[in-house]
Ligand binder design. Structure first.
Ligand SMILES: [Ca+2]
Length: 489
């Protein structure tokens, strides 16, 4: 097991502690702020948490080396904090990934965290979620937009009823388009192009509207209002703000599309099948539930349009994040607020002619993760392997909270990496997708299916994952080692 079991006493004796802006990692000190669990926690004794989730955002950001994507606000955040260059989600689908992250518990197919609609309160009913743990320790916790997949999941984690522009309590799988059609697609032309099988509109649109016309703009405004409201009080806060873009459909205000010249958008240069790909490794069919996916003059035109639309949504969300971070600074809350930004899983943008998530290729598993801690060193980057189950224990350590009593956290706090980003760290991180188990090490990404199929990529010689070398005789020892690692996960 990859657990990091630490008793409350051990934790308080050896953890880092929040000291009003400086992370003291590795010091042998008691928690300076005293025992956690006091419902009267004071603002100055605990850092606030601003928890920014971005749906379906892969590392398609300027600060991750994708220079063609315009993400100035996130890049600025990255320059003030630490970029995790090799962070991995536990499950490449919304609900399961979020449920795992918010409980700090790994998926275990088929028992828990396997589906798009997985719920933490159903799969792990006894677990205290990350937000609930902060609430129980004196924080005022707020959920805006998409944090859990369903707004009703673990709703008692929050001090206030979790907020969304439209209440998804009644949302059922498959009727998203019909249910919210007039709210999601704002361009009148989109309503004329409906996929007859699903009732959904186009996979992309641009409408000449202000930021707040789409849901994410309203979610940002609500979050800014909450920051102002929390500023007036003395209670530390944990505000989670979950944006729904760049999840399909790629709908964003026109001005974000206009940031890009479509003729200059580069396409994936490996738009071909993986050599030796097991049949179990498949493309996502999600984009096909929308309209305007077919009928393009050629494949390149479709690839270019889909990338353009994804980039526009990234820039839209980036601008909204910029507004929130500007308000945080205006309110002088930035000096004692820890910011965590994450995308819930990766996405394919035409590599191998794949679009979307739902497999164990690196593009579906690798995620953006950026953390800014006031008073900590800035402009850091680490290539240490970290995974989403590490976020729960890390935030406990940042805030000087003990780990929850309800369950064992499967992750390991990455707080020490802020002091030394290059130190030896985890040998491997683990992901699952249905009957596939995957392990990522420094050099390799290996997947094993319950059917016996295997897939191995050497990221040193083949970072694009174009050739599955699992069956090559010279890879036998590597496969045996990685397979043994999987059995420990
Ligand atoms: Ca997602």
């Amino acid at each position: 097991m990859h657990c990091n079991r630490v008793s409350r006493r051990q934790f308080l004796r050896s953890t880092a502690a929040w000291t009003g802006g400086i992370v003291l990692s590795g010091l042998t000190t008691s928690c300076k702020t005293g025992l956690a669990g006091t419902p009267t926690a004071h603002r100055e004794s605990r850092p606030n948490i601003l928890f920014l989730a971005v749906d379906d955002l892969r590392t398609q950001l300027n600060c991750y080396g994708h220079k063609e994507t315009l993400s100035p606000a996130i890049d600025q955040l990255a320059s003030e904090g630490i970029v995790f260059g090799r962070a991995y989600c536990q499950v490449p689908v919304c609900g399961a990934s979020r449920a795992s992250l918010m409980t700090g518990i790994r998926p275990n197919y088929p028992a828990r965290f396997t589906e798009a609609g997985s719920r933490a309160d159903q799969d792990t009913p006894k677990a205290i979620t990350l937000a609930e743990h902060f609430k129980n320790n004196g924080y005022h916790t707020i959920s805006n937009g998409k944090i859990f997949h369903y707004v009703a999941d673990s709703a008692d984690s929050w001090s206030e009823k979790p907020w969304r522009v439209y209440d998804y309590d009644t949302d059922k799988q498959g009727d998203w388009g019909a249910y919210h059609f007039d709210k999601i697609w704002l361009n009148p032309a989109s309503k004329q192009a409906v996929n007859p099988k699903t009732g959904r509109g186009p996979f992309w649109e641009m409408a000449d509207v202000p930021d707040h016309a789409y849901d994410d703009g309203k979610t940002a405004e609500k979050t800014i209002e909450d920051l102002r409201r929390m500023k007036a009080g003395n209670q530390p806060f944990f505000i989670a703000c979950g944006f729904s873009k760049p999840h399909l459909p790629f709908n964003a205000p026109k001005k974000y599309y206009d940031l890009y010249n479509p003729d200059e958008i580069n396409l994936a240069d490996n738009r071909f099948a993986i050599a030796g790909k097991p049949p179990e490794c498949t493309n996502s069919s999600e984009i096909n539930s929308y309209s305007l996916v077919s009928g393009w003059p050629d494949k390149e035109a479709f690839h270019r349009q889909a990338r353009h639309a994804y980039y526009a949504c990234v820039s839209y969300v980036d601008a909204l994040i910029g507004k929130i971070l500007a308000e945080l600074k205006t309110l002088d809350l930035d000096r004692n607020t820890i910011i965590v930004l994450w995308g819930d899983h990766g996405w394919h943008l035409g590599e191998h002619n794949f679009w979307g998530k739902h497999n164990t290729l690196n593009n579906a598993l690798q995620v953006p993760l950026i953390v800014r801690v006031p008073g900590s060193r800035q402009n850091l980057r680490t290539d240490a392997l970290v995974e989403f189950v590490d976020i729960y224990p890390s935030l406990c350590e940042f805030a000087g909270l003990p780990y929850p009593d309800s369950h064992t956290l499967d992750g390991k706090s990455f707080v020490p990496l802020l002091n030394n980003p290059n130190q030896p760290w985890k040998e491997a991180v683990f992901s699952q997708w249905k009957k596939a188990k995957a392990v990522k090490t420094d050099r390799y990404l290996y997947t094993e299916w319950s059917s016996g199929s295997k897939m191995l990529f050497d990221h040193l010689s083949d970072p694009q994952e174009n050739i599955n070398i699992a069956d090559q005789p010279e890879a036998a020892d590597t496969v045996a080692h990685l397979s043994s690692l999987l059995k420990t996960s």
